[in-house]
Design a protein around this ligand. Structure first.
Ligand code: MF3
Ligand code: CO
Ligand code: CO
Length: 264
């Protein structure tokens, strides 16, 4: 039997939206903070300070033993990088993933930042990741099916000759930060579970250049691409309504697909 998927009322979506607006606000402000010469620990400290100011509680700290409040994944680190004394250098790309709760509602988003001027590979993987998530979000409409999202993501990355890491998927979100359903980054249009109003979930393909084999480092968390290819990831939390989908972590009446490249 397929697992039960909790649907949210509009009041519940408002709660999640409040968290998401704050999470997105922090990601936005990080664009002005991240630069060559600072460490991922500095970014961690900055986010902890922002969480405190906004009354947010990190969903990561202590989650299955994760030791810090945010994830910072640099270059060929695909996911779950632990903030440390690594100094960012010109040309690096860095994904910051934030999940936090406010009044018991979780919000989840990630953004890949450019550190100074990038080489062609870094520019390409960022563009591919941006389009993958944007097109996935655009395909997420009540009346459709989850396969519509997966196919849109695959079509977008293929245009850049990039790949998606298969074992990392999106997820439902609400009172818990990982809920049903899993949101696959592949699929066929018109197949899969129906997309219905009240669903709240993330879209978060991790995109890489070339080799998709990953391994986890000794710290038990840091996932790297073995071939050393660069990785990028944009993640949004979305809420499906009857006639419109709201990208809760992209506020301001705009949608990610209005931008050809990430606005920062
Ligand atoms: N934020 C990730 C996600 O988007 C999960 C990270 S789990 C952690 O679902 F423990 F590493 F923080
Ligand atoms: Co996340
Ligand atoms: Co997530």
């Amino acid at each position: 039997m397929e697992p039960y998927i909790p649907l949210k009322t509009s009041l519940e979506v408002k709660g999640i939206q409040r968290t998401c607006i704050n999470v997105a606000g922090i990601l936005h402000s990080l664009a002005f903070f991240i630069r060559a010469g600072i460490t991922t620990r500095d970014i961690n400290r900055y986010c902890i300070e922002e969480y405190k100011k906004r009354g947010l509680v990190s969903s990561f700290l202590g989650f299955k033993g994760f030791p810090e409040s945010i994830c910072t994944s640099v270059n060929h680190v695909a996911a779950h990088g632990i903030p440390d004394n690594r100094v960012l250098m010109e040309g690096d790309i860095l994904t910051v993933d934030l999940t936090a709760q406010l009044e018991g509602w979780h919000g989840d988003a990630a953004w890949t930042y450019r550190v100074g001027n990038l080489g062609p590979d870094a520019r390409r993987v960022i563009k591919a990741a941006w389009h993958a998530t944007s097109e996935g979000c655009r395909a997420a409409k009540a009346g459709g099916r989850f396969g519509d999202i997966g196919e849109a993501i695959q079509t977008a990355v293929a245009r850049y000759g990039c790949q998606v890491l298969e074992n990392f998927v999106g997820h439902g979100i609400g009172r818990s930060f990982h809920e049903e359903p899993m949101v696959l980054n592949k699929g066929e249009k018109g197949t899969g579970r129906p997309l219905v109003p009240g669903l709240v979930f993330t879209i978060e393909p991790i995109v890489t250049l070339g080799d998709v084999t990953v391994k986890t480092l000794e710290d038990g968390w840091t996932v790297v691409v073995e071939g050393g290819g660069l990785c990028a990831q944009y993640e949004h939390t979305l809420a499906l309504g009857g006639s419109e989908t709201r990208i809760l972590t992209f506020p301001g009446g705009q949608a990610p697909w209005d931008y050809k490249t990430p606005p920062y």
